[in-house]
Write a protein that binds this ligand. Structure first.
Ligand SMILES: [Mg+2]
Length: 297
């Protein structure tokens, strides 16, 4: 059974809306709209970004090269395995079957070449139209430790459910399932994959799974992967909600680091996929200098 659950909210737009927004943003930024396959003729693209000053460089250099980044992924999945071992050991006959719920993008799948392409194109903000063009090519790679972990769960009789927010139109579910199968993630039935095309709210999937399973663990790269009440715009409120649940990190919730995208971006800009404008670049600088020495005292 193909499961598709939709619930529109203010954070998500149709592909058409996003495309229109991208064109308008490019025009408002003073440039001309460049097609997906265009190549900037100089160090600056239509948005005026100097390729050597692209603010994505540090984050993506870290994701693409730092052994520490990959070690954090293994650390998360090693901890996840420990938690599953405990849950399996504590299980009693008659208990509901155990489940693990995981996000997909940046939790089990990395999209390195997508981000590398953006940077080579002189783009410094997430670009939804390019993402939709890149995604069906199965250029994803598995997050270190993830594949072994989910196959370990499978071998222990723990059901793995994949829950993702994606929207590539009518073929969204097909593309997501292809990603899982391309990288040999265990999925024995298509109703183990929940795809939310029109909403970032994953709670309907969690509620559905909890009807039949004991959820032992949840994995993600975004607070929204765990609880919907984390979906707030204010940076400090978001942080406070996370602190409220401090005991859940590493026990119920396993988090993979992601310095390029997610609702932490939304908390800064009010939009998970802000357009590439100079105003947003100023907002980004303000966020990065929220605390800064004055150079004097
Ligand atoms: Mg994710």
């Amino acid at each position: 059974m193909i499961r598709k659950i939709g619930m529109r909210d203010e954070s998500t737009k149709s592909v058409t809306d996003r495309e229109r927004r991208r064109v308008v943003a490019a025009l408002l930024a003073g440039g001309t709209f460049a097609g997906l396959n265009s190549t900037p003729s100089s160090a600056q693209d239509a948005s005026g970004v100097d390729g050597l000053k692209n603010p994505l460089l540090w984050a993506m250099a870290y994701k693409q090269t730092a052994a520490e980044f990959y070690a954090l992924c293994h650390q998360a999945y090693n901890l996840a395995r420990m938690r599953i071992d405990i849950a399996v050991a504590e299980r009693k006959s008659g208990d509901r079957p155990l489940a693990v719920i995981t996000d997909m993008d940046n939790t089990i799948l990395h999209a390195m070449s997508y981000w590398g392409y953006l940077i080579n194109e002189g783009r410094d903000f997430f670009d939804d139209a390019i993402w939709d063009e890149w995604l069906p090519n199965n250029l994803i790679t598995s997050v270190p430790g993830s594949n072994d972990f989910f196959n370990y769960c499978n071998g222990k009789g723990v059901d793995v459910f994949y829950v993702t927010n994606r929207n590539q139109g009518e073929r969204t579910f097909e593309y997501a399932l292809a990603h899982l199968r391309h990288l040999d993630f265990p999925i024995d039935a298509e109703d183990k994959l929940f795809v939310f095309r029109d909403s970032s709210d994953k709670s309907p999937a969690r509620q559905k799974i909890e009807e039949t399973h004991e959820v032992a663990l949840m994995l993600g790269d975004n607070l929204n992967d765990y609880r919907r009440d984390y979906y707030v715009n204010d940076i400090d409120e978001r942080r406070a909600l996370m602190e409220r649940d401090r005991d859940d990190w590493g026990t119920k919730f396993i988090l993979i680091p992601n310095p390029t995208d997610g609702h932490w971006v939304r908390a800064i800009f009010g939009d998970s996929e802000p357009p590439p404008t100079d105003e947003n670049r100023r907002i980004l600088k303000d966020a990065a200098t929220r605390v800064a020495w004055d150079g004097k005292s």
